[in-house]
Design a protein. Structure first.
Length: 217
């Protein structure tokens, strides 16, 4: 079975298990989606949602966070990992949006990636889930699964993103990256499947006997 055949089988399995893919980070608009994605670095979506459910009803525009200031933002998100660094990014990002973009979130990768605290993965999530633009956000979890499933031998998320975009139809990207995330959390966990027990692993590699050690991104 070559990588394109594996990709086709994987897509069929994921479409059966996850015909619908709700966005896991709760948000009120594209700006709050951007903030939630930024906050989710080294933190679970559940934790982010628990914190932002008390923030977004009142503060949901860049102007609100500029007015709050860094110290008050820190207090609002203090239960999230590296909250001081993230508070600084949220404040500076909001300030940039107000001063440069009239309070609107820009719609290009280049402009998004120039914002404070926003990397390529965050920009990809916003372009995909916020604007519906075909993108394939790859984090360390998707990188691990893509290796485990024989879709990439890339040593970093940049190479993995290129490989996944090459193997899967463009129309599937926005839904597929969420399907992979959901599947990894439910069936192909880092410390449970080891590439040996879930439906996708056994379909792609029925003769695999030893646990697969993936390369970190």
């Amino acid at each position: 079975m070559n990588e394109f055949q594996r990709a086709k089988k994987i897509l069929n399995i994921l479409n059966r298990i996850y015909p619908k893919t709700p966005v896991p980070l709760k948000h009120k608009n594209i700006f709050t989606l951007l903030i939630s994605v930024l906050l989710s670095a080294q933190c679970t979506d559940v934790n982010v949602n628990n914190v932002t459910k008390n923030i977004y009803p009142k503060y949901n525009r860049p102007e609100h966070f500029v007015k709050l200031g860094r110290k008050k933002i820190e207090k609002l998100i203090k239960s999230i990992g590296i909250f001081r660094v993230k508070a600084k990014s949220v404040y500076n990002l909001s300030k940039t949006l107000v001063e440069k973009y009239n309070g609107k979130v820009p719609k290009t990768f280049e402009q998004l990636e120039e914002l404070p605290g926003v990397g390529h993965k965050t920009a990809s999530v916003v372009m995909s889930q916020g604007f519906g633009y075909p993108a394939f956000p790859v984090d360390t979890h998707i990188h691990r699964l893509a290796q485990r499933w024989g879709l990439t031998n890339g040593k970093n998320v940049i190479q993995t993103e290129k490989d996944l975009k090459r193997l899967f139809p463009k129309r599937s990207w926005n839904k597929l990256h969420l399907q992979i995330i959901y599947y990894g959390r439910e069936y192909c966990k880092a410390r449970e499947c080891y590439g040996l027990s879930c439906k996708i692993c056994t379909t792609c590699y029925p003769k695999r006997k030893k646990p697969l050690l993936t390369k970190k991104a």
